[in-house]
Design a binder for this molecule. Structure first.
Ligand code: NAD
Length: 336
């Protein structure tokens, strides 16, 4: 396979590139990334000179560039991770989210259709389903009800991906995963924010009453699931991917503090995010039954590995927690 991975310098994309180069030594992997604040080539330093890895700096909205890259590298498959991915940022800059997440996806689909690619895989999110009450799970048949500009842009993209299958017969798949965690996770997101702030004895901002529930998926399990969909997924199908790890935010934060031997008084409740979804939980029966995928990591193992990674990669995250990031952080939580 010659795979174009878009957004490969981000959190999940870079984990996926490492995974693919290891698992499929004959595949060519081309990473196209705009290197926004979330894109970080340090994530890929170890494979920079790998003979099967190639990097292209560019925007998924640039149709000419995408067509040229598909030709130059004889691409047969696209996996689209590229996105603006932070809900808080989507509340202040929704236009950027529509441009990248919706128009960017359509640009990739159009190129994939024109070049008759074998597969287009869209990495989507469980957030397209909206929020659950205290019981029940999202299945692939749950109606879409996105609540933030971020999730609305991802849901819109999913609809367009579906249309390229129905209308043009492009062999697409959509995966909708729950919250990922693991190495290379940008410190604006909950788990790395808590770990890195706690290590620096800084306050830990927790939204609202902290009772929002998320279903955590270790990123290595997610990469294995994507690989499975890439090879075995039935064209046109959607697959939910979840970790069977439902935890409310405040319990998660306390668990991390206990593991790091840090006091709970570091926790600071802050005003809730507008439109904050209460609970996400994934029913992953379809991918487990049809594609024989199951998560290997329980939360205990995954979080221990993640904490260990942040402890041994301080220079990676120290670099990120400066300058523009600190300005965003102060605006968001009103403190440094
Ligand atoms: P991320 O923000 O860490 O990385 C996104 C990457 O996309 C960055 O490298 C960025 O530079 C790149 N990018 C942004 N705009 C671009 C553009 N116009 N052209 C090319 N590259 C561009 O995101 P992530 O957490 O790795 O998420 C990857 C995908 O998975 C996203 O589509 C996201 O919606 C989805 N997802 C993530 C999670 C999660 O928990 N992180 C959960 C569900 C779904």
């Amino acid at each position: 396979m010659h795979v174009l991975v878009t957004g490969g310098a981000g959190f999940i994309g870079s984990n996926f590139i490492h995974y693919m180069l290891k698992t499929h030594p004959n595949y060519q992997i081309v990473n196209l990334d705009l290197l926004t604040y979330a894109g970080n080539l340090d994530n890929l330093e170890a494979v920079r000179n790998h003979p099967n890895y190639h990097f292209v700096h560019g925007n998924i909205c640039n149709s000419e560039l995408i067509h040229a890259v598909l030709d130059q590298f004889a691409i047969d498959t696209i996996v689209n991770f590229a996105a603006e991915s932070h809900v808080d940022r989507s509340i202040t800059q929704p236009d950027l989210f529509i441009r990248t997440n919706v128009l960017g996806t359509q640009t990739l689909l159009e190129a994939a259709k024109n070049k008759h690619l074998n597969k287009y895989l869209q990495i989507s999110t469980d957030e397209v389903y909206g929020s659950l009450g205290p019981t029940g799970y999202f299945t692939e048949k749950t109606a879409l009800a996105p609540n933030s500009p971020y999730s609305a842009s991802k849901a819109s993209a999913d609809m367009i991906v579906r249309a390229y299958y129905q209308t043009y017969g492009l062999a697409i798949n959509i995966t909708r995963c729950s919250n990922n965690y693991g190495p290379y996770h940008f410190p604006e997101k909950l788990i790395p924010l808590i770990i890195t702030n706690a290590l620096e004895d800084r306050e830990l901002p927790v939204y609202g009453d902290g009772k929002n529930v998320r279903d955590w998926l270790y990123v290595a399990d997610h990469c294995a699931a994507i690989d499975q969909v890439l090879h075995q997924g039935k064209p046109g199908e959607i697959y939910n991917i979840g970790g069977h790890n439902e935890i409310c935010n405040i319990d998660l934060v306390k668990r991390i503090l206990d593991k790091l031997n840090k006091p709970h008084c570091l926790i600071k409740y802050v005003s809730d995010r507008p439109g904050h979804d209460r609970r996400y939980a994934i029913d992953a029966t379809k991918i487990e039954k049809e594609l024989a995928w199951k998560p290997k990591y329980n939360f205990e193992t995954g979080i221990n590995e993640t904490i260990q990674w942040y402890l041994t990669h301080k220079e990676w995250w120290h670099k990120l927690k400066t300058g523009a990031y600190m300005n965003f952080y102060k605006k968001q939580y009103g403190r440094s």
